[in-house]
Design a protein around this ligand. Structure first.
Ligand code: FE2
Length: 362
C-alpha cells in the first residue's frame, strides 16, 4: 500500500483503504478503481492523501491507532453537539438540555484506551481517513495529537482526560461565530477578526457551565491561541501564565491547520509543517513540547515515496520509533528511475550516511 498526495493519483489506481463519509458509512471501498471524476471529487472535498494498492508494498502493515468505530462515534458526537450549539447562537450553553460532557467523557475513555495500546506509536498525518466538516475533523485530530503527546510526556489517566477534552472542545466557541465570518474565503475585516478571536471566550463560557467538563478543559478553549511571547489572544498572556495543556493544544492546533487543505492555501507536507512549528519554538510554542513533538511525529509516514541522496527512489515500509526521521526504505527504482526487478531495503537508522532528499518526488 502506497500513500500518494491526491495530485499524484491517477485514474486506474486502486484504493488501498476505505474512505468514510460523515455518517461513518463507507464512501469508497478498498479496491475501488479510481477515475478522474472521482479523483476530482475527492480533491474538492479536501482529501489530501490516498492509500493506493501496490504489489511492491502490499505487505506494509498499517496499524489503526484508534478503531474506525470509535473515531466515527466521536465524530458523530462532535457533530451533533456542535450543531445544536450553532443552531442556538447567543445561548452559549448546552447545559439545560444536553449534558454533552458525560458522553464526551465516555468517548475519551475509549480513545485513551485505544491509544494506550500503542505506547510508542508515532503520529501520522494519514491516520484519519474520514471526510467531514473541517471544524469536526480538526477537533478530532487535535484531540488525538494532544492525547498522544500527553501520554509520551507521562500524564496519568485524569490528566489525559482533562487535556483530551480540552483539545477535543478547544474550538467549540466557533459554533457561535456566524458562517459569513467562519467560512469567509477572503481576508477578514478588523471587526470580523475580533469576532473570530472571540471564539476562545465563547468556548470558555460554554465549557465552564458544563458540569462534566473540568474547568481546566474550559481554560484550554480560553487559552489555546495564547503564545509564549505574549503575541496571542484573547488576553496576550505569556510563558508560564499559559497552562501547559493549552500550550500542547496551541502547538498541535497549528500543526493540524498547516497540514490541512484550506480555501486560502494548500496543505503543507508533514515535514514542512514541522519546520514551521520548530521555527516557532520559544517565541510561539514551548521548546520542550516542540522537541517531543518532533520526536513523535512521523514526518515520513508509512507508504510515502521518497528520494534518497544516492539518487534512488523508495517507499517508507517501516518506522523506527527511536529515530523517527530515519525510517526503513524499500528501494523500488534505481538512479535512472528504472524499476528494480528485486527491490531491497535500507534501514536509515543503520545507514547514517544516506539521507532522504525529497518526499513525493515527481
Ligand atoms: Fe481556535
Amino acid at each position: 500500500m502506497r500513500l500518494f498526495p491526491i495530485s499524484m493519483c491517477r485514474a486506474g489506481m486502486k484504493l488501498g483503504k476505505h474512505i468514510y463519509n460523515e455518517q461513518g458509512m463507507v464512501l469508497l471501498a478498498e479496491g475501488v478503481e479510481l477515475t478522474q471524476p472521482l479523483l476530482d471529487r475527492l480533491d474538492r472535498h479536501g482529501i489530501n492523501y490516498l492509500y493506493i494498492q501496490d504489489s511492491l508494498t502490499d505487505d506494509i502493515v498499517h496499524v489503526e491507532l484508534i478503531s474506525e468505530e470509535n473515531k466515527n462515534k466521536l465524530l458523530r458526537e462532535i457533530r451533533s453537539s456542535f450543531r445544536k450549539l450553532a443552531n442556538d447562537p447567543g445561548r452559549r450553553t448546552l447545559a439545560s438540555y444536553h449534558h454533552f460532557g458525560k458522553t464526551f467523557r465516555l468517548h475519551m475513555d475509549s480513545l485513551i484506551e485505544d491509544l494506550s495500546r500503542h505506547g510508542d506509536a508515532m503520529i501520522m498525518l494519514s491516520d484519519i481517513q474520514i471526510k467531514d466538516n473541517y471544524l469536526y475533523q480538526h477537533s478530532l485530530n487535535v484531540c488525538m495529537y494532544a492525547t498522544m503527546l500527553g501520554m509520551s510526556h507521562g500524564y496519568g489517566k485524569d490528566e489525559l482526560m482533562t487535556l483530551g477534552l480540552g483539545a477535543l472542545l478547544h474550538d467549540i466557541g466557533k459554533t457561535q461565530i456566524p458562517d459569513e465570518i467562519l467560512c469567509k474565503p477572503t481576508q477578514l475585516s478588523d471587526s470580523e477578526f475580533t469576532e473570530m478571536q472571540n471564539h476562545t471566550v465563547y468556548g470558555y463560557r460554554i465549557l465552564k457551565e458544563e458540569p462534566n467538563i473540568p474547568l481546566l478543559s474550559a481554560h484550554c478553549a480560553f487559552q489555546h491561541h495564547e503564545r509564549m511571547n505574549g503575541s496571542g489572544y484573547p488576553r496576550g498572556i505569556k510563558g508560564d501564565e499559559i497552562h501547559p495543556y493549552a500550550k500542547w493544544i496551541a502547538m498541535v492546533d497549528s500543526y493540524d491547520a498547516l497540514t490541512t487543505h484550506r480555501v486560502y492555501r494548500p496543505a503543507l507536507l508533514p515535514h514542512e509543517a514541522l519546520e514551521v512549528i520548530m521555527g516557532g519554538a520559544n517565541t510561539l510554542y514551548d521548546p520542550d513540547m516542540v522537541n517531543l513533538f518532533r520526536d513523535k511525529v512521523a514526518i515520513y509516514p508509512l507508504g510515502v515515496t521518497v528520494s534518497l541522496c544516492t539518487g534512488e527512489i523508495g517507499v517508507v515500509v517501516d518506522l523506527n520509533a527511536s529515530m523517527p526521521q530515519r525510517p526503513v526504505i524499500r528501494i523500488i527504482e534505481n538512479q535512472r528511475r528504472e524499476p528494480l526487478k528485486v527491490p531491497y531495503e535500507v534501514d536509515l537508522s543503520k545507514q547514517l550516511s544516506i539521507m532522504i532528499t525529497s518526499i513525493n518526488p515527481t
